[in-house]
Each structure stands twice: as C-alpha cells, then as structure tokens.
Design a protein around this ligand. Structure first.
Ligand code: HEC
Ligand code: HEC
Length: 200
C-alpha cells in the first residue's frame, strides 16, 4: 500500500510529495502503536526536521520553530492530531500549510507524544530499570531490594537524583548496576520518575 502526503508550503510555493510504503499491520496493539510512532517519525524527518528539532536532543534549524520535545509545554499533546488536521495551529508565516490525512495526523501526533520528556523517560526506564524496579504507580519491584520508583521521593527530593545520576549512583549494592546516561536522558528519566511519585 502506498500512502502519499502532499505538503504545500504556501508562501514558498513548494510542493513536496512523499510516498511512504505502508507496513502490514499486526494485530498486536503494542506493535500497532510502534508502527504509528515509527511512521510519524518518518513523516517528521521528511517534512518537519528542516525547521524543527524533532528528536530528544538538539536545537531547531529555524530559530522560531519549537523543538517537538517542548510542544507539551505549549499545547495539549493529546489533541495535536486534531490541531494538525484542522490547522488550528499555528499561524506563523514560516510554518507551512499541510494537506494531511487523518492517519498521518494520528501518526505524527503519536510520534510527537513519544518524544516528550516524560514519555521518553518512561521508555528509558522500561528498558533499563524495570527488570529490578517497579517503575509505575503500583506493583512490587521484581528485585526485592530495589525501591519502587514511586517511593524515591520519600527518601530525598527527586531533583537530587540528577546529580547522583551524573556522578553515577553508588548504592554499595552489587545488584544495582552503574549506568552511563547522557544529560538529556537523565533529565527525561527524572521527569518520568517525578511524574509517578506517590501523591502526585
Ligand atoms: C519552514 C519551516 C517549518 C516547517 C517545515 C514546519 N514547521 Fe512547524 N513551526 C514553524 C515555526 C516557525 C513555528 C512557530 C510558530 C509560532 O510560534 O507562531 C512552528 C510551530 C509549530 C507548532 C506549534 C504550534 C503552537 O501552537 O505552538 C507545531 C505543532 C508545529 N509547528 C508542527 C509542525 C509539524 C508537524 C511539521 C511537519 C509536518 C512542521 N511543523 C513543519 C516552522 C516550520
Ligand atoms: C539489576 C537490578 C537493577 C537494575 C537494572 C536497576 N537497579 Fe536501581 N537499584 C537496584 C537495587 C538492588 C537497589 C537498592 C540498592 C541499595 O539499597 O543499596 C537500587 C537502588 C536504586 C536507587 C536508590 C538509591 C538510593 O541510594 O536510595 C535508585 C535511584 C535507582 N536504583 C535507580 C535506578 C535507575 C534509574 C535504573 C535504570 C536506569 C536502575 N536503578 C536499574 C537494582 C537495580
């Protein structure tokens, strides 16, 4: 199946036609979500990256274009697909008008949601920490000695973790691995841990 997106940059008069090969859909929900995010990422690479920083790091090429990872500070990321479809956003002369299908809006929105700090942090801790720690709002840690993340705030202010992560956590526990993370990864992990604290 070939999908085409026709993007018209009104002011510049530029038309870019991008044909994407659709992947066969799997019946598993988790995989369908990943397809959507992956397809949205492709659309963003091809259509948005020349102005916006689209990933978890970096500055935008266009000085006025907000990095996608900061969009949740400006608008409701859950309804960004509607905003893209109705063109309620944005009214900037440099922001091109799009002709966009509902599927493409959904996929772009899923991708944009996935690069927000809390979502990115969740992805990182699912991969790296969940084998031992309970990472969510409930449940026991798989490793009996590993504190559930939602209770860390009872031990120290969560912001204090930033320094600890940069220096490398020394718990003196043989089962707690020391890990090396980039500063942006650390910031996103902390944003996620902050979001699951008891009482939040
Ligand atoms: C030619 C440069 C350019 C391209 C290409 C571009 N944008 Fe933008 N975009 C901008 C600028 C500049 C702004 C800032 C607009 C403002 O604040 O008024 C912006 C703002 C936005 C906003 C924020 C709107 C708000 O209300 O805060 C969203 C969402 C957005 N762009 C999505 C996209 C998506 C999705 C794509 C790709 C499909 C894209 N942009 C492609 C230049 C661009
Ligand atoms: C192989 C198991 C394992 C993995 C994977 C793991 N941890 Fe731990 N972690 C532990 C254990 C066990 C402790 C308890 C150490 C102690 O009390 O001495 C711990 C303690 C901690 C503490 C509390 C330190 C303190 O002094 O209170 C933090 C914060 C922490 N881990 C963060 C993380 C993060 C973030 C990740 C993922 C990037 C992670 N851990 C991955 C086993 C693990």
């Amino acid at each position: 199946m070939i999908r085409a997106i026709d993007l018209v940059a009104g002011k510049i008069g530029l038309t870019a036609a991008i044909a994407l090969v659709g992947l066969a859909c799997s019946s598993l929900a988790a995989q369908a979500v990943n397809h959507s995010v992956e397809h949205g990422r492709e659309l963003a690479v091809n259509n948005c990256a020349r102005c916006h920083a689209i990933g978890n790091t970096g500055e935008s090429a266009h000085p006025d274009a907000p990095p996608f990872r900061t969009l949740s500070q400006r608008l409701d990321v859950d309804t960004i697909d509607e905003a893209l479809l109705t063109r309620a956003t944005p009214a900037h002369s440099d922001m091109p008008h799009f002709t966009i299908t509902m599927g493409q809006a959904t996929d772009l929105a899923a991708y944009i949601a996935s690069v927000q700090p809390t979502a990115h942090g969740k992805e990182l801790v699912e991969l790296n920490c969940s084998p031992c720690h309970a990472i969510g709002p409930q449940g026991d840690s798989p490793h009996a000695d590993a504190p559930p993340f939602r209770e860390l705030g009872q031990r120290y202010p969560i912001e204090a973790l930033e320094e600890a992560f940069v220096e490398g956590i020394e718990t003196g526990h043989p089962d707690m691995p020391s890990f090396v993370a980039a500063p942006d990864q650390i910031a996103d992990i902390i944003a996620y841990i902050e979001s699951v604290q008891v009482g939040k």
